[in-house]
Ligand binder design. Sequence first.
Ligand code: SF4
Ligand code: SF4
Length: 185
Amino acid sequence: MIKPLLKGLSITFKYIFKKKFTVQYPEERRELPPRAKWLHILQRHEDGKERCVACMLCASACPTEAIYIVGEENDLYNPVSHGERYAKVWDLDLGRCMFCGYCVEACPEEALAMTDEYELAVPTKKDLVLHKEDLLVPPGTPPVHTWLGFYRNEPVAAHPVSRPKELHIEFEEYLKRRGPKEENE
Ligand code: SF4
Ligand code: SF4
């Protein structure tokens, strides 16, 4: 009887003066690892245009069908994105999402990223559905690295964030060649 008690007390005294692991949340918060994958964001290019081109690859890659996108053709003279299309609707159902990051891996434009924002509790299930307006970062927000290669064990700096910029020069050239917008367009 006394032996187990002493054994228990010895463990208590062993840890009593050691550094505490308990964090007094929410007053205190632990710093999350750099690759923490929580709330999604939709990113913009440096010129403010949206990175998403409504290719649907993220929605196709999602194992829980948590992403719903409706694409629309860009107005060539006032495009929303750098591609032919942009996402008119980009919804994410956090109630279905399991934060696997497959959607981010699938995105060819680095339009989609995941942040360390983990406080996602909402009063109703309906509030778990987030819309483009909730996820799109304001113009001027510097793009964050989307950790391409997360599942391939590549170094984090293997792919530059601004990679798509050069890819879209052709589109700008196309607009120049096309000339001014016609009245009846
Ligand atoms: S993190 Fe995974 S489950 Fe969540 S939306 Fe992306 S692919 Fe779907
Ligand atoms: S977020 Fe990326 S993968 Fe998804 S539709 Fe937009 S460009 Fe395509």
